[in-house]
Design a protein. Structure first.
Length: 323
C-alpha cells in the first residue's frame, strides 16, 4: 500500500495524515521546499496546517518523479493548477481528485480536466463537508466518493475509510463535483451577509436560494438531484456557509464589512476557490441559459462592479415568482 498525495496545503496534509495514522506509508508532494523540510524534519506543516502534529509515516518530496512507485494518488492542488499538476503525475495510476472548482476558459470540471491531462488514469472524486483541521484531528466526518467504476470505488473506499471517516459511494461524478464547486461561491455570499450584518434570515435565504441555483446548474450539466442534495452538495453548502473556518465565507465577510476584493485577495497564501470559480460559473451558467442571481451578485462584489447596498437591493427587487 503506497499512497501518494499531490499538494501539501491544508487538505492534502490532512488526507496524508488520515492515511498515515492507520499505518500506511504516505508520500506527500509539496510545491514549497520549506513545507518538504518541515514535514520531514519536524513532522509538521506550519505553513498550511498549523498546530497539528503529523505522523512520521508521511514522507514529503518536492520531486514528482518520486510518485512513480505509488499505487494510488490523491490530487489536492488548487483547481486552476490541476491540469498542469496532473500532467506531471505518473501515467495509469488511479487518481482521486479532491480539488473543488471549474477550470477557467474551458468550463470543465476537475474529472474532465484530469481525463484530458492523463487519459489512461482511472478517476474518482472525493468531495463533501470536510474542514481539513477537523479531519486531521480525527473528528467524525462523512464524504462522497464518486466514481463511474463501482469496483474501483469499493477498493478506494476500503482503503480510505476509518472509524471516524465515512465515505458514501456514488457513480455521479459530475454531481459530486458541481456541488463542491458551486458551494464555494455561495459561501462567499453568506459571508457577505454576515459581514454586512444582514442577519440569519438572510443567510438561510441565501443557502436555500443558492441551493436552487446549484440544482438548476447541476441538472443542466447532467448531475443527479439526489447527489446535489447529499454530502457533496447540500452538506458542504451548509458547512461552508456557517463558519469563519471557511476561507470562502471569511472572504465574503471581509467584502460585507466593506473591504475591497483586491485587498482581501492580495498576497493570500491559502486558496479561496470561490473567488476563481465565481466568474467561470457565471460564464458557464449564462452559456447554458441557467439563471444564477446569487452567483451574479458575488461576481459583482468580487469585481467591485457595484456598491454592496446596490447589489443587495438588486437581489431583493427581483420579481416575485413561484418557489
Ligand atoms: N482546506 C480544506 O478544508 C479543504 C477541504 C476539502 C477540499 N479542499 C479543496 O482542496 C484544494 C486545495 O486546498 P487546500 O485547502 O489544501 O489549499 P491551501 O489553501 O491550504 O494551500 C494552497 C495550496 O496551493 C498550492 N499551490 C499554490 N500554487 C500552486 C501551483 N502553481 N501549482 C500547484 N500547487 C500550487 C500550495 O502549494 C498549497 O498546497 C482546493 O480545491 C480546496 O477547495 C480544501
Ligand atoms: O475553507 P473553504 O471555504 O475552502 O472550505 C473548505 C472545504 O471545502 C469545506 O468542505
Amino acid at each position: 500500500m503506497k499512497a501518494g498525495v499531490i499538494g501539501a496545503g491544508a487538505w492534502g496534509t490532512a488526507l496524508a495524515q488520515l492515511l498515515a495514522a492507520a499505518g500506511e506509508q504516505v508520500r506527500l508532494w509539496a510545491l514549497e521546499p520549506e513545507v518538504v523540510e518541515a514535514v520531514n524534519r519536524d513532522h509538521a506543516n506550519p505553513l498550511y496546517l498549523p498546530d497539528i502534529p503529523l505522523s512520521p509515516g508521511i514522507e514529503a518530496t518536492g520531486a514528482m518523479a518520486d510518485m512513480a512507485d505509488r499505487d494510488l494518488l490523491l490530487v489536492v492542488c488548487p483547481a486552476q493548477h490541476l491540469r498542469s499538476v496532473v500532467a506531471q503525475a505518473p501515467v495509469g495510476v488511479p487518481l482521486i481528485l479532491c480539488s473543488k472548482g471549474i477550470e477557467a476558459g474551458s468550463h470543465l470540471l476537475m474529472s474532465q480536466v484530469a481525463q484530458q491531462a492523463q487519459p489512461r488514469s482511472p478517476i474518482a472524486v472525493l468531495s463533501g463537508p470536510t474542514f481539513a483541521s477537523e479531519v486531521a484531528k480525527g473528528l467524525p466526518t462523512a464524504i462522497t466518493l464518486a466514481c463511474a467504476d463501482a469496483d474501483l470505488a469499493a477498493r478506494i473506499a476500503a482503503r480510505i475509510a476509518r472509524p471516524a471517516f465515512r465515505p458514501y459511494l456514488s457513480d455521479d461524478v459530475i454531481g459530486a463535483e458541481i456541488g463542491g464547486a458551486v458551494k464555494n461561491v455561495l459561501a462567499i455570499a453568506c459571508g457577505v451577509a454576515e459581514g454586512a450584518g444582514l442577519g440569519l434570515n438572510a443567510r438561510a435565504a441565501l443557502i436555500s436560494r443558492g441551493f436552487a441555483e446549484m440544482t438548476r446548474f447541476g441538472l443542466a450539466r447532467g448531475a443527479r438531484a439526489e447527489t446535489l442534495g447529499g454530502l457533496s452538495g447540500l452538506g458542504d453548502l451548509v458547512l461552508t456557509c456557517s463558519s469563519t473556518h471557511s476561507r470562502n465565507f471569511s472572504l465574503g465577510k471581509g467584502l460585507g464589512e466593506g473591504h475591497p476584493a483586491a485587498a482581501l485577495l492580495a498576497n493570500r497564501r491559502t486558496v479561496a476557490e470561490g473567488a476563481f470559480t465565481a466568474p467561470v460559473l457565471r460564464e458557464a451558467a449564462r452559456a447554458s441559459g441557467v439563471e444564477m442571481p446569487v452567483v451574479e451578485a458575488v461576481c459583482a462584489l468580487l469585481e467591485d462592479a457595484a456598491p454592496l447596498p446596490q447589489v443587495i437591493d438588486a437581489l431583493l427587487a427581483r420579481p416575485i415568482r413561484a418557489e
